[in-house]
Design a protein around this ligand. Structure first.
Ligand code: 13P
Length: 255
């Protein structure tokens, strides 16, 4: 059986109690696809509400967790808390966390270990800047991110890992990587993982593309061989476009 397509929305620091409630009530009347893995990464204060209001088949993810399981870390969220709430996983290493909160590859590695120790899926993000892409360094840069954050994992942890390739220049800019660029990098990432963990493990890995995915480009991107769906920012904020993305993935799963 082929890999399941995933559509995971990342709300980032958007939505409030009312708009979150509206989102889930709009989804309530929808026939949710069963063949596609659907998820939303919500801001921490909206996790509980989302877990109560989301359709049964939709997984809820945190957007970050601390590397320690508990302690005096004011303002932080622990992986144990996410797990106890009922979250399926957590997004880690997003470029916005790397850029604005100085998260290093080594720190992200520690966070993945903590998250998986709590039976959470880790949605690990990587991707190059525009300067690196222009200099032709995108492959070597992403390789170094993966080597530093993922090569120290135990093979069994790969079962709880999703990788999202998110080129920074395509995030929130409206400028999407072409389907060919997304495919090239997701294939490259699969090969990098195969070189360390073996082809079989790499073939089973879910690798997503993220960066200005929207209903108008999702079909082409999701139909690439090594792209197993999307990590979606802006287009996941409205229930209507999120559902449209799920329908596109559903159609591809049945093709
Ligand atoms: P956009 O879809 O808004 O470009 O955001 C992508 C992203 O960063 C998802 O994590």
């Amino acid at each position: 059986m082929g890999r399941q397509l995933h559509v995971i929305g990342n709300w980032k620091m958007n939505h409030d109690v009312q708009s979150c409630t509206d989102f889930w009530s709009e989804l309530d009347g929808e026939d949710m696809p069963t063949t596609v893995a659907a998820g939303i990464a919500a801001p921490a204060p909206l996790l509980s509400d989302s877990l109560h209001k989301c359709p049964f088949s939709t997984k809820i993810y945190g957007q970050n967790c601390h590397q320690a399981l508990s302690g005096a870390y004011t303002g932080e969220t622990s992986a144990a808390l996410l797990q106890s709430l009922g979250c399926a996983g957590v997004v880690l290493g997003h470029s916005e966390r790397r850029q604005y909160f100085n998260e290093s590859d080594a720190l992200i590695h520690d966070k993945i270990n903590t998250a998986t120790s709590q039976n959470l899926q880790a949605v690990y993000c990587c991707g190059e800047s525009l300067e690196q892409r222009k200099a032709g360094e995108h492959k070597s840069f992403v390789r170094s991110q993966i080597e530093n954050s993922l090569f120290g994992l135990e093979p069994a942890q790969l079962q709880q890992l999703i990788i999202a390739y998110e080129p920074i220049w395509a995030i929130g800019t409206g400028e999407t990587a072409s389907a060919a660029q997304a495919e090239e990098m997701c294939a490259e990432i699969r090969q990098i993982m195969a070189s360390k963990f073996g082809q079989g493990a790499a073939d089973d890995l879910i690798i997503l593309y993220g960066g200005s995915v929207k209903p108008s480009n999702a079909h082409e991107i999701f139909s690439q061989e090594n792209v197993d769906g999307g990590l979606v920012g802006g287009a996941s904020l409205k229930a209507e476009s999120f559902v449209t993305l799920l329908r596109i993935a559903e159609e591809l799963m049945s093709a």
